[in-house]
Write a protein that binds this ligand. Structure first.
Ligand code: FAD
Ligand code: 2HG
Ligand code: ZN
Length: 476
């Protein structure tokens, strides 16, 4: 008890939810206090583990009254420090991992309602068990949560065909800062009843409300696929190959990932058993996949034909098609292990950028030329979801340098790269969000009108600034 009998915020929270919903155990707090890249470290007051939407509503109402900040945290796999508390020791980390029910699945309407604490892979499995497909797919799918996917508007490897999390969402249940519940778990495809409020919360990184459940689109399950690992001379030919494959396949391309030789080299060096599917020599590769819901569709033949024509047109220099599910998995294993291998290699800088696809090659060539001339401390590992114009334009520190040589130049390098992105009509934040890593970038690259509207929305929905303060937006 505090002097005079007043309760501390921790005591208030424990009284409200019960001791089994408030964690203060140091090892649990340690995991929540640090982001997965270990770039940010904070100190949480506690972790709150509510059991229901009503618990979340009561918690936020109390925190709003006490002016206690709340930091929602999903699987803590994000890249921008968006789920990390500050160092004050006063912020509550709110985990929805107990809200992990698949509430309903409606195969006839191609929709499902899931709670925000569901792990993404569990949602994919639930859809598959109903002979449907939930297409969001990314390297962290075994630990990230739907609430985090929604709040970062996650992308991944199937965006080209199915869209980002925003496009996959039909409705949301959200608890507002004052504890009111906005419940709109509709399964409607058409609904023009005023402003589309759900879109405000998608990609808001927990700064406007806490998402407790979502109504999601599901799709016919893929029943045929064809996957190829393709050598291309440069990104320009990769972009032209994509255009050709979309037309030649009747728009059945679901993934189209660009992989540079240097990334393949990192993976084969750092991941035991990984091996390159094609002989060396090519500077760039593409991993592409066609899928169809129609069983027995001749996708392999279609892909083979399209790739042969592309060899003749000099878009492609070599290609290998997966002959089995094992081959297919091995190809994807290489792609999915790039982030891990880059991490094993040492310090790195990440730039998650999006370009209009026709400007992507010129951006790569301008930015690479600048790096070559000005950044001897690092080498480029530029890969990504080229099918939707998203590049991970990352750098790794060269070996043998004094540790930190690259990272100390982070801001300067980032400025040049992001300015080049802007010059080519692109975005400095494609799929990983803003968090606390890119606040200054948002201010630099947004107009006064955009920033003014964002701040007005924040003030309206969270007038006391309790929801994930210091993330996305500096509120003046
Ligand atoms: P967290 O990191 O815990 O939180 C992210 C943000 O969401 C924070 O602002 C947090 O406050 C907020 N939040 C979490 N839950 C809620 C909620 N219920 N209500 C309101 N706000 C909430 N991302 C991609 O887009 N595409 C990729 O291909 C991709 N690949 C990755 C590969 C690897 C190996 C790793 C480690 C990460 C990858 N990511 C990728 C990044 C990350 O996995 C995604 O951003 C993911 O969507 C984050 O989910 P999470 O549950 O871990 O969220
Ligand atoms: C991916 O596409 C992820 O693999 C991670 O978005 C990107 O580590 C990165 O920079
Ligand atoms: Zn990515």
């Amino acid at each position: 008890m505090m002097q005079g009998g007043a309760q501390t915020p921790l005591q208030h929270l424990t009284t409200l939810l019960g001791a089994d919903c408030i964690i203060t155990e140091p090892s649990a707090l340690e995991a929540a206090n640090v982001d997965q890249l270990r770039s940010y470290r904070g100190r949480a007051l506690c972790i709150a583990l509510p059991r229901s939407t009503e618990d979340v509503a009561r918690l936020l109402k109390l925190c709003n009254a006490l002016r206690v900040a709340v930091v929602p945290q999903g699987g803590n796999t994000g890249y921008c420090g968006a789920a990390t508390p500050d160092a004050s020791g006063t912020q509550v980390v709110l985990s929805l991992r107990r809200l992990n029910a698949i509430r309903s699945i409606d195969p006839a309407n191609y929709s499902m309602v899931v709670e925000a604490g569901c792990i993404l892979a569990d949602v994919q499995r639930a859809a598959a068990a109903a002979e449907r497909f939930f297409p969001l797919s990314l390297g962290a799918e075994g630990s990230c949560q739907i609430g985090g996917n929604l709040s970062t508007n996650a992308g991944g490897v199937n965006v080209l065909r199915y869209g980002m999390m925003r496009e996959l969402t039909l409705g949301l249940e959200v608890v507002l800062a004052d504890g009111r519940v906005l419940s709109s778990l509709t399964a409607l495809r058409k609904d023009n009843t005023g402003y589309d409020l759900r879109q405000l919360f998608i990609g808001a990184e927990g700064t406007l409300g806490v998402i407790t459940a979502a109504s999601l689109k599901i799709f016919p399950a893929p029943r045929a696929s064809a996957t190829a690992f393709v050598a291309v001379p440069d990104p320009e030919r990769a972009v032209r190959l994509l255009a050709h494959l979309r037309q030649a396949s009747g728009d059945q391309v679901s993934s189209f990932e660009l992989i540079p030789a240097v990334a393949l080299e990192l993976v084969t060096r750092h991941v035991p058993g990984a091996r390159a599917p094609l002989p060396g020599g090519s500077p760039w590769f593409v991993l592409c996949e066609l899928t169809s819901a129609r069983p027995g569709e001749a996708l392999t033949e279609r892909l083979e034909q399209a790739l042969s024509a592309s060899v003749e047109n000099e878009l492609v220099t070599d290609a290998v098609l997966a002959q089995s599910e094992r081959d297919r998995r091995d190809f994807w294993h290489l792609r999915e292990n790039i982030p891990h291998s880059q991490r094993q290699e040492g310090a790195s800088l990440k730039h998650d950028v999006a370009l209009p696809i026709d400007r992507l090659p010129i951006f790569v060539s301008r930015a690479s030329a600048w790096l070559k001339a000005h950044v001897p401390e690092g080498f480029l590992v530029c890969y990504g979801h080229v099918g939707d114009g998203n590049l991970h334009f990352n750098l790794s520190e060269r070996r043998g340098l004094s540790s930190g040589a690259l990272v100390t130049r982070r801001d300067e390098i980032r400025r040049v790269i992001h300015d080049l992105v802007r010059d080519e009509g692109g975005s400095f934040s494609a799929e990983h969000g803003i968090g606390q890593a890119k606040l200054a970038e948002l201010e630099r690259y947004s107009s006064d009108v955009e920033l003014g509207l964002m701040r007005a929305i924040k003030k309206t929905l969270d007038p006391n600034g309790i929801l994930n303060p210091g993330k996305v937006l500096n509120v003046l």
